[in-house]
Ligand binder design. Sequence first.
Ligand code: PMP
Length: 376
Amino acid sequence: MNRSVYLDYAATTPVAPVVLDAMIPYFSQQYGNAGSNQHIFGWEAADAVDQARKTIAAYFSIKPNAVLFTSGATESNNLGILGLLENESPGHIISSAIEHKAVLEPMAYLASKGWDVTYLLPNEFGEISLEQIQAARKLNTRLVSIMWVNNEIGTVSDISGIAQWCQKEGIYCHSDATQALGKLDIAQSCLPDLLSFSAHKIFGPKGIGALLVKEGIALQARQFGGSQERGLRAGTLPVPLIVGLAKAFEGIPQLLAYLPAIEAIKSDLESLFKENLGHRIVFNSVSKNQIPHILNFSITGLDWERLFRSMPLLALSNGSACNSKSTFPSHVIKALGRDDETALSSVRISLSHLYLMEDHEWVKNYFIQSLQKLLI
Ligand code: PMP
């Protein structure tokens, strides 16, 4: 075998064939602008957008107008957090040190405007608890923003419990659910006031996502020039991408059915590394509350660049795709209390059902042969 094996499904996924088929007509046949309400081309496009909005709303059992289409989770996080608070007089926010940059940077921006932001540190397993949030709460706490699933280590937070507590206390609650969708049955949970996600992590296209906004939550637009999305997100709607997002949602129950098979692959890889690397391997994804798709480890004395160069046929990651050009130690692994060297040498394997079609025995042998060459 001399082709690459993809082990980076947390960075992005391919578009599923059924999703692509659903999108194609909207590029070249039903190409109307959903805002052109004077003719059939526009009506067809608007119908497709309405239908997509209904599909996503039905998945979460919410009203269709609670779904705002955006370019993805980065924009959803920015619109949700800044659209809620930027024009308010500063108060206190609780977030965590292991959030994605798409939350950390809007938080840093608010901090520069006088907001007081508490970044909760996870325990050694990468877990953030409701008790920590309750302890950090101040009289002027306005927002709690905690990611549902961490993108580097896969740890799951109890967003349902956090959202319920926030609701009781009159504190806004936001969650970045980008890595939770399709990996956990989040539709059954109590949803926060604001929820962000992207299509390209669930076999949908890149460049589309949504922000779910609970009724009664007043957001301010951050982009001007059109009245689309209730005036909150100006710009022509990307109809093919929206259709693709909704089609990807239809595949979520199937994705969830693969969880046991993915769990089995992950524990097999874990045992393989334990057997072959002994005390040199440090697992960074060790919580009992975690999705099975992500396995993160560091090998002492080995930096990720050497490791990646030794395995050119495996598409691995050193954490977040958005950070992979940086040589800084991962802020997530550092937050677990690991030293710089361990954080710099972290490797993330992220799986999906498509990996189940790969030659797993070949991958295991390739891993071990490459590691043995490196470590002698
Ligand atoms: N949040 C999390 C947890 C993510 O994993 C990602 C993608 N790496 C994002 C936000 C950003 O998503 P996008 O690039 O699609 O806007």
